[in-house]
Design a protein around this ligand. Structure first.
Ligand code: NAD
Ligand code: TYD
Length: 358
């Protein structure tokens, strides 16, 4: 069986990918994760007795550590999920985004380059470096603009998207300059189980269940495309198996929605699944001060991965959201453990000067 070095495998998308990789026997997994606030190694507790899984706490920016892992485990592929990923935090404190997303990816690429120089030609030919990125690198669309294509010029607008754009450029350059066998995926907003409740969908579900305000930035008409996380994991695996080296693949859910309609859909589901007498969850919606530089619309043209690799999202927004809301309802202990002091501090920092008094 193959071995994957997965970075950031204790985060939201990484956890889902690791669980699927072990369940589907795609590969043995070494998970290198710094275990930041956004991670949760408990997500992977079902793998505690799995000899094909190992967690190593560490930083992708630690060249010596990554080099020793590569030499010891000789992975067939590196899948780089590790990142600081929350736009609002990148606005409040950009530095860790520069460190992890840019410098960290650079060091990971350097360790990979060094490792590949020691491999035999056939081992080197089999190796892949897959970099997981975002549609946010393309900037913001107007209401009638064509969706992002792989050839859309990069125009990142937040420190987060700028740091991801820089990392994509580094990956591209390592392919062109050093012939590192890279693949890059740029996907839209993911949602599903294990997402940390600082992002719109889990935050809305959890706040609504607790009777707290549901903060919607600006007029709520910003549009995102929503991709169910398992569909994203399948896309990544497909690109890893069949993607053309040096190329990028856009991955989208074919679900463009305004933020307001996403929050309303969650409220409607909670009215059915967790009803309270004489109470509509949508009554908690609160329009609050907008995010600085808030991108208006993201939309993905994912024709390339669909036509060339035969991938398509399986979930509609309705089926994916139902699964997601049910997962949060059924995993209240997991939710409880995300509510640390650090989390409360973040919520206060981001929302205290935004929320309207109820
Ligand atoms: P996440 O924030 O939930 O998880 C990130 C993981 O990376 C955490 O486990 C964290 O501990 C780890 N990490 C952070 N810094 C690290 C470092 N220096 N070294 C090692 N590990 C480190 O993020 P996510 O939502 O799972 O996103 C995964 C990837 O997908 C990211 O690269 C992100 O940019 C990209 N992406 C996410 C979305 C989305 O909607 N969540 C959309 C597009 C792209
Ligand atoms: P988010 O989940 O942070 O993802 P991203 O910024 O990477 O797209 O936000 C999704 C959308 O929801 C984005 O347009 C910002 C908006 N949003 C709110 O309106 N209220 C909130 O409390 C949050 C966290 C996000």
């Amino acid at each position: 069986m193959k071995t994957f070095l997965i970075t950031g495998g204790a985060g939201f998308i990484g956890s889902n990918f690791v669980l699927k990789a072990r369940q589907e026997k795609w590969a043995n997994v070494i998970n290198l994760d710094r275990l930041t606030y956004a991670s949760n190694s408990e997500n992977l507790s079902s793998l505690n007795d799995d000899p094909g899984y190992q967690l190593i706490q560490g930083d992708i920016g630690d060249f010596e550590l990554v080099s020793s892992i590569l030499l010891r485990y000789r992975p067939d592929a590196i899948l780089n999920f590790a990142a600081e990923s929350h736009v609002d935090r990148s606005i409040a404190s950009p530095e860790t985004f520069i460190q992890t997303n840019i410098v960290g990816t650079f060091q990971l690429l350097e360790a990979t380059r060094n490792y590949l120089s020691k491999l035999l030609p056939d081992e080197r030919a089999r190796f892949r470096f897959l970099h997981v990125s975002t549609d946010e690198v393309y900037g913001s669309l107007g209401p009638t603009d064509e969706p992002f294509h792989e050839s859309t010029p990069y125009a990142p607008n937040s420190p987060y998207s700028a740091s991801k754009a820089a990392s994509d450029h580094l990956v591209r350059s390592y392919h062109h300059t050093y012939e590192i066998p890279t693949l890059t995926t740029n996907c839209s907003n993911n949602y599903g189980p294990y997402q940390f409740p600082e992002k719109l969908i889990p935050l809305t579900i959890i706040s609504a269940l607790r009777g707290k305000q549901l903060p919607i930035y600006g007029d709520g008409q910003n549009i995102r495309d929503w991709l169910y996380v398992e569909d994203h994991c399948d896309a990544i695996y497909q690109v890893l198996q069949q993607g053309k080296l040096g190329e990028t693949y856009n991955v989208g859910g074919l679900n463009e929605k305004t933020n307001l309609s996403v929050v309303e859909s969650i409220c409607n589901l909670l009215d059915e699944l967790a009803p309270k007498a004489n109470f509509k969850h949508a009554s908690l919606i609160a329009f609050v001060k907008d995010r600085p530089g808030h991108d208006r619309r993201y939309a993905i043209d994912c024709e390339k991965i669909c036509a060339q690799l035969g991938w398509r999202p399986k979930e509609s927004f309705e089926t994916g959201l139902l699964k997601t809301v049910k997962w949060y309802l059924e995993n209240s202990e997991w939710v409880k453990r995300t509510q640390s002091n650090d989390y409360q501090d973040w919520m206060h920092k981001n929302y205290a000067n935004r929320l309207v008094k109820s």
